[in-house]
Ligand binder design. Structure first.
Ligand SMILES: Cc1cc2nc3c(=O)[nH]c(=O)nc-3n(C[C@H](O)[C@H](O)[C@H](O)COP(=O)(O)O)c2cc1C
Length: 148
């Protein structure tokens, strides 16, 4: 069984809902998922001991929110090279955050990223059956990387 950390920021709860559905997908795949708000992660050492990492943030003002930027500087210190990764976020129209996080994980941290790219859900879909399924499928896809 592999262990995946889902670390996220969410101001009004939409991105948190996606995080929960991704966790469900990981658990359905027979693996362990741990959910944490980035504000509860205080040191790079707290990122040790996981096989995979999925980071999430909504888009505000066409950008990530500050908590995720601070967290990514912390994650930079954790040496995640070659670790499995994914990224997600919710948005209404432009959705810059999720691909930005995905690119940082891929090109800066040099992680082994899920083939699907970032899961970037419109907030109208979050909380619907389609939204739930998209999150679960993403969690499952992340875990497929462990067996390929
Ligand atoms: C002030 C404000 C600015 C926003 N800016 C953007 C934006 O630039 N692009 C976008 O796609 N969504 C934007 N949104 C929509 C949020 O990304 C969306 O509501 C998201 O689902 C919130 O996620 P959360 O509940 O996890 O905080 C904005 C929302 C607010 C209130």
């Amino acid at each position: 069984m592999k262990k995946v950390l889902i670390a996220y920021v969410s101001r009004t709860g939409k991105t948190e809902k996606i995080a929960e559905s991704i966790a469900e997908g990981i658990r359905i795949s027979g693996n362990e998922a741990e959910l944490k708000k980035t504000s509860d992660i205080k040191s790079p050492e707290e990122l040790a001991g996981y096989d995979g990492y999925v980071f999430g943030c909504p888009t505000y003002h066409r950008d990530m929110i500050a908590g995720m930027k601070t967290f990514l500087f912390l994650a930079e210190q954790a040496n995640l090279v070659g670790k499995m990764g994914g990224a997600f976020g919710s948005h209404t129209h432009s959705g810059e955050s999720a691909p930005m996080i995905f690119d940082t994980m891929q090109f800066v941290f040099k992680m082994d990223m899920v083939d699907l790219g970032a899961l970037n859900l419109k907030e109208a879909v979050v909380g619907t059956d389609d939204g739930l399924r998209a999150g679960q499928d993403y969690g499952k896809a992340v875990c497929e990387k462990f067996t390929n």
